[in-house]
Design a protein around this ligand. Structure first.
Ligand code: ADP
Length: 163
């Protein structure tokens, strides 16, 4: 049984993340989407950890071997706790490479039995990030197609409340 983990902040989950999750789920018996608390990333997340997990659960309901779990520990420790043998990450433009290469090396040094593997972003989502989505939504632009429908609704509701 091969279990993998797909970690990130997912504030909020985008179509780019979902593409990686779907492709990773097809390669593994089980995939855990590991949602990092990340209290300090980008001035603090827009959605709480529970909200981020719920948005991913709703958007991955069609994938029976995918589950969603929050974490606030060292990534490799959480992988060991889950009995996951592979960490799957999405790679966008070359700008992701340096940071991801460093993290993969450090994680390998900490726990060599957990392998990090990368799935290339498709061209359509190459420049898509959660921060770009929030920026567009904040200025009233359309995020249709960039995020699943439930996330688009959650963004509209959250931003209307904060105006
Ligand atoms: P972000 O960089 O958008 O804040 P996360 O920290 O939640 O995203 O990223 C989690 C993982 O998803 C990382 O491996 C990241 O490279 C990957 N990822 C993010 N956006 C995309 C995308 N558009 N296509 C493919 N992979 C992506």
């Amino acid at each position: 049984m091969r279990r993998g983990m797909c970690p990130g902040t997912f504030d909020p989950v985008t179509s780019g993340h979902l593409d990686i999750i779907e492709r990773a789920a097809g390669l593994l018996d089980e995939l855990v989407v590991a949602v990092a608390l990340s209290p300090d990333k980008g001035g603090g997340p827009l959605f709480s950890i529970d909200e981020r997990c719920e948005l991913i659960r709703a958007a991955t309901g069609h994938l029976p071997n995918v589950s969603v779990r929050p974490f606030d520990t060292l990534l490799v420790d959480f992988a060991s706790e889950l009995d996951a043998t592979v960490i799957i990450k999405g790679l966008r433009a070359v700008t992701d490479f340096e940071r991801e290469f460093q993290m993969a090396q450090l994680n390998y040094r900490l726990v060599p039995d957990v392998e990090t593997m990368f799935i290339m972003a498709i061209p359509e989502y190459m420049y898509l990030s959660s921060s770009a989505v929030k920026e567009i939504a904040r200025h009233g632009g359309s995020v249709a197609g960039l995020v699943p429908e439930n996330v688009s609704e959650a963004l509209a509701e959250r931003l209307a409340r904060s105006r």
